[in-house]
Ligand binder design. Structure first.
Ligand SMILES: [Fe+2]
Length: 252
């Protein structure tokens, strides 16, 4: 009882500088000492953990059989630039990747780029296209798991202002193959190549911006990467080390 002067001491780690990094540059990395044995409690300081496509709150990012030919999280393939879950209204505010075992093959980076900065660059270089984005909603489709019939389909603007902040949506897989999680059949034909539509041009410019400006983060073992999914575009580089193992969380 505290009134008897005996208080159980809980170690307290201030995460103020991590919140600052997250809001200033859109991403941060927590060291193991900053969340120690309480991943969920620490994440909760950034936002409530919400269910993912499969209904679970913790999703394993590691190689699973059956996805060898797909740009899917549970394959070892690269995944093009995107914001997470654009079919959600709203998409998860923050994403967290807790790294148990990082790839040692030279791949497996999480690339990050500021989507707001990309849109600002378009205001200068492509004002008509930038206006088209404000005037035209875009279709986003998500198959929860490649090859399964259930799909979520929405029309959303690339940038949606809200009281909590602007929501930016981008998906290489959507723009090229018509689904956030495309099937092997859909991968045969890109809808961006040889297409002069504004959306195809936006996709090409977004990919080029990502390639030029992204920061490739190789999350160290035991650490946790958190980023603002309303602002940042992310992607994954291909890897070959089957031991790579991360856990993904979505925060509201
Ligand atoms: Fe992702």
């Amino acid at each position: 009882m505290s009134d008897q002067g005996i208080v159980a001491s809980t170690p307290y780690v201030s995460l103020g500088h991590r919140h600052e990094e997250l809001s200033n540059r859109g991403w941060t990395v927590l060291t193991p000492g900053e969340f120690a044995h309480d991943v969920a409690g620490t994440l909760h300081e950034f936002g409530p953990i919400i269910p993912q496509f499969n209904g679970q709150i913790a999703f394993a990012i590691t190689r699973k059989p059956g996805y060898e030919d797909l740009p899917y999280s549970q394959s070892m393939n690269g995944i093009g630039p995107h914001t997470e879950a654009p079919v959600y209204g709203p998409p998860p505010r923050y994403l967290a990747l807790h790294c148990h075992k990082q790839a040692t093959c030279g791949g497996g980076h999480t690339g990050l780029v500021d989507g707001y900065a990309f849109l600002r660059s378009l205001e200068r270089s492509e004002p008509e296209l930038r206006k088209w984005l404000d005037d035209t909603p875009v279709e986003f489709v998500a198959t929860a798991k490649p090859g399964e019939p259930a799909q979520t389909r929405v029309r959303e603007y690339i940038l949606t202002p809200t009281e909590e902040g602007d929501i930016f949506r981008f998906s290489y897989n959507q723009f090229h193959y018509g689904d956030v999680n495309p099937s092997k059949e859909a991968l045969q034909q890109s809808q961006v190549a040889d297409n002069d539509s504004p959306l195809a041009r936006f996709a090409v410019l977004g990919e080029a911006y990502f390639v030029e400006h992204n920061i490739p983060v190789l999350i160290p073992d035991g650490c946790m990467l958190i980023w603002d999914n309303w602002r940042m575009i992310h992607a994954r580089s291909r890897y070959t080390d089957p031991a790579r193992h991360l856990t993904r969380y979505w925060l509201a």
